[in-house]
Design a protein around this ligand. Structure first.
Ligand SMILES: [Zn+2]
Ligand SMILES: [Zn+2]
Length: 547
């Protein structure tokens, strides 16, 4: 691949999560984002899913660096894994880089070069590319769009964004610069599709401040417990502002909340008067109506602080009818059941619980249709590819682009693994990489489809271990014994299976076979009997002891 411009989609397409895109020209590759996704219901026991980046590993000498649009997990979560194999430089805002460095420390990865991009140092050369970080607004501090000048023209990645004219930190989206880049002529726009189904404009983050203020004003005799995303520092800032105004101290609960608040405070992204924040272990010395706990767990995550509070498992906090618990978030689709479990448990303890249906204490960080249209018209691209969405989002986003005057032939619906060539003539899929996903168990150990199949089997059909003792004569010494878990095998069925195995040995069927072969035969024999009699397909493990 040389002298042509290619984009390879490695994640974040047909899904919201694990964003990763590679741009390639003349043996130079730069990578945009490196995120994780949370597992679907069909992946029992899996903790995270990350993009299959084997293409990058095969082309490691071409990679000039990884650009991070912002510090959300779906954009940085795979970095500890990817950087272990590909120790390339990482570029991002000070907040993004601080979060990345924290991750690398946690995973004990050293020697990675990181570069902080800020207002004064936001343009640089990387291989044959000229990269410009352009400030946008989103539900995290330090979010940027990317304008990448290639020898074939400018590629504009919006990253995750919304157009917030009154951002909490006063750092506005740089619409003027975006318009200027648009005037210079953009070849291709890749735009965030998350909220393409929503008409109008997203609400400003600042509007949440007013709602929060109302809640504090109406609950002066209660202790406040507010759950939100730890990375949404602007939300945390607004909660703290209310605490200062209503004379409450703040305690952070949950590992990521404590850590990210500390990082943000150090970077002056989170500001509060001295003595506002107390350690969670000190809250007993503060009257309950003078305290607010800001917690993780807005998605009902099982190990989060709020979920543990709801089950009386967080030693330092007991929820009672003197608490007002606020979910300052909206459920990520799929998490509703978990969240309602937590809400029910909190209600059982007598707490007042405020969640989305009752009060607008959350706004989205993603652009709605009018904002998407505004971005499109400013960037004014020749070609358009929707990203960061499921297929229904991507399809509607292409329709939206067409309504804005972009010819459908100049748009493309990507899939993961697609290699798209971009030239003045158009967008063309030129290759399809076979990419899977990498599933991670526990502390970043790679899992496989086979392990997953076993887990699904175990949960639905259980397992059977059968132990056989074979004597020197090649016959069974005694009756086979069974260990069964997760299903019931009656005495009668057990006897039938036992007899079949005994018969097989007695008839000399296994005489010429190697032990491994015998094991396969026994497994098949047992599987057939259990399938016929119980309609179950358990995992069967024969253990054969030979004299
Ligand atoms: Zn995202
Ligand atoms: Zn994001």
């Amino acid at each position: 691949m040389s002298k042509n411009l290619y984009i390879t989609f490695l994640g974040g397409i047909g899904e919201i999560g694990k964003n990763m895109t590679a741009i390639e020209y003349n043996n130079h590759i730069i990578v945009v984002d490196s995120g994780l996704a949370f597992p679907s219901e069909e992946m029992p026991g899996i903790d995270y899913v990350i993009p299959d980046y084997s293409y990058l590993v095969h082309n490691r000498e071409k990679i000039k660096g990884i650009l991070i649009t912002h510090g959300h997990e779906d954009h940085i979560g795979a970095l500890p894994y990817v950087l272990r194999d590909l120790p390339v430089p990482v570029y991002g805002s000070s907040f993004s880089i601080a979060l990345v460095q924290h991750k690398l420390r946690e995973h004990k990865i050293q020697g990675i070069e990181t570069h902080i991009v800020d207002e004064n140092k936001n343009v640089f050369e990387l291989g044959c590319f000229r990269v410009e970080f352009v400030r946008v607004t989103h539900s995290i501090a330090g979010a940027y769009a990317l304008s990448i000048t290639t020898p074939k023209g400018i590629l504009f990645f919006t990253g995750d964004f919304k157009i917030d004219y009154t951002p909490v930190d006063g750092k506005n989206i740089d619409l003027a610069r975006i318009a200027q880049i648009g005037k210079e002529g953009v070849l291709l726009l890749l735009e965030d599709s998350t909220n393409v189904e929503r008409e109008g404009y997203s609400m400003s983050e600042a509007s949440v401040g007013k709602k929060l203020d109302d809640l504090f004003a109406h609950n002066i005799h209660k202790r406040m417990v507010i759950a939100t995303f730890a990375s949404n520092i602007h939300r945390v800032q607004q909660i703290i502002d209310c605490c200062v105004k209503y004379n409450r101290r703040v305690a952070f609960a949950g590992r990521s909340m404590i850590k990210i608040a500390e990082i943000a405070h150090k970077l002056k992204e989170l500001n509060y008067p001295k003595d506002t924040v107390v350690d969670i272990s000190q809250i007993h010395s503060i009257p309950y109506d003078k305290l607010c706990i800001i917690s993780t767990g807005s998605q009902g995550e099982s190990e989060s602080a709020l979920t543990r509070m709801s089950k009386d498992e967080l030693r330092k906090v007991t929820i009672t009818d003197t608490d007002c618990v606020v979910f300052s978030s909206s459920p990520i689709p799929g998490n509703e059941k978990l969240i309602y479990n937590v809400i029910n448990n909190l209600c059982k303890k007598g707490a007042d619980v405020i969640y989305k249906d009752m009060s607008e204490v959350h706004v989205s960080g993603h652009a709605c249709r009018e904002e998407l249209k505004m971005m499109m018209s400013l960037v004014n691209p020749r070609f358009f590819i929707p990203v960061h969405g499921e297929y229904r989002h991507l399809k509607q986003h292409i329709d939206l682009a067409e309504s804005m005057g972009i010819n459908r032939a100049n748009t493309l619906m990507p899939e993961i693994g697609d290699v798209v060539e971009i030239s003045k003539l158009g967008l063309k899929k030129v290759n399809k990489l076979t990419v899977g996903t990498i599933m991670l168990d526990g502390s970043f150990v790679q899992s496989s489809d086979m392990i997953l199949r076993d887990r699904r089997n175990l949960s639905e059909d259980g397992f059977v271990i059968v132990i056989l003792n074979v004597g020197a004569s090649g016959l069974l010494e005694n009756d086979p014994t069974f260990e069964v878990r997760g299903l019931t095998i009656s005495q009668e069925v057990e006897t039938i299976i036992r007899n079949r195995i005994r018969q097989a040995y007695a008839s000399g069927e296994y005489k010429e076979m190697a032990t491994a072969e015998i094991r396969v035969c026994i497994r098949k024999l047992i599987a057939r009997e259990i399938d016929i009699r119980l309609k179950k397909q358990p995992i069967i493990i024969p253990i054969i002891f030979e004299q």
